[in-house]
Design a protein around this ligand. Structure first.
Ligand SMILES: [Mg+2]
Length: 193
């Protein structure tokens, strides 16, 4: 095993959708076919909630239907190589997602297909913790969350946690917070950590 030079290994939680993989683009293409709704990614000024006249329940249901159709992940550029580098440097990596448990096994399988088994120390589905990523962050004693959702970033920052916020159209208007650092892509994340 490679000698670990890192004297400050971190416990890093990584979100899946629109952080590690591109989901929204395919979801919008799915919506166009399924509901004849034409929404552009750039027009998202808030998260998935309340757009095109649909409430969160309907969107969640459509999102589950969409994710069940997926047999591959479209990983963001340099996401895989950056996480591999972080792992080699001695950081401990976890997956932390709000995906519903109906697609838990499928999600883990697709991630293991990309990274191999035992790459991530564990997989956490926040719905099993009352939906709160901040709660998982605290209970699992994480040092950092990498995520695109402003509400999770804010909640984690409020309990004193640290967040790298993956820039997406829906988090553009988020207030500045000393515990939240915005990042443009995985290359930037690799340089920061
Ligand atoms: Mg996300």
């Amino acid at each position: 095993m490679k000698e670990q030079k890192n004297t400050n290994p971190k416990r890093i939680a990584v979100d899946v959708d629109d952080t590690l993989v591109e989901s929204v683009t395919d979801f919008l293409a799915f919506l166009k076919i399924r509901k004849n709704i034409d929404v552009k990614k750039e027009s998202f000024t808030t998260y998935y909630d309340n757009f095109a006249g649909m409430d969160k329940k309907e969107i969640d249901s459509l999102f589950l239907e969409f994710e069940n159709t997926l047999d591959t992940f479209d990983f963001h550029d340099k996401a895989t190589s950056t996480l591999q580098k972080l792992k080699e440097e001695g950081h401990e990596l976890f997956v932390l997602t709000t995906r519903p448990t109906e697609i838990k096994e499928k999600t883990i399988t697709l991630l293991e297909k990309e990274f191999g088994k035992n790459f991530f120390t564990d997989f956490y589905f926040s719905v099993e913790f009352g939906g709160s990523k901040a709660r998982v962050y605290k209970e699992m004693n994480f040092d950092l969350l990498i995520d695109d959702a402003d509400h999770h970033a804010k909640a984690v920052a409020e309990i004193g946690g640290n967040v790298l916020l993956f820039e997406q159209p829906w988090n553009k208007t988020m207030m500045e917070d000393p515990n939240i650092r915005r990042v443009k892509n995985w290359e930037e994340i690799g340089k920061l950590l």
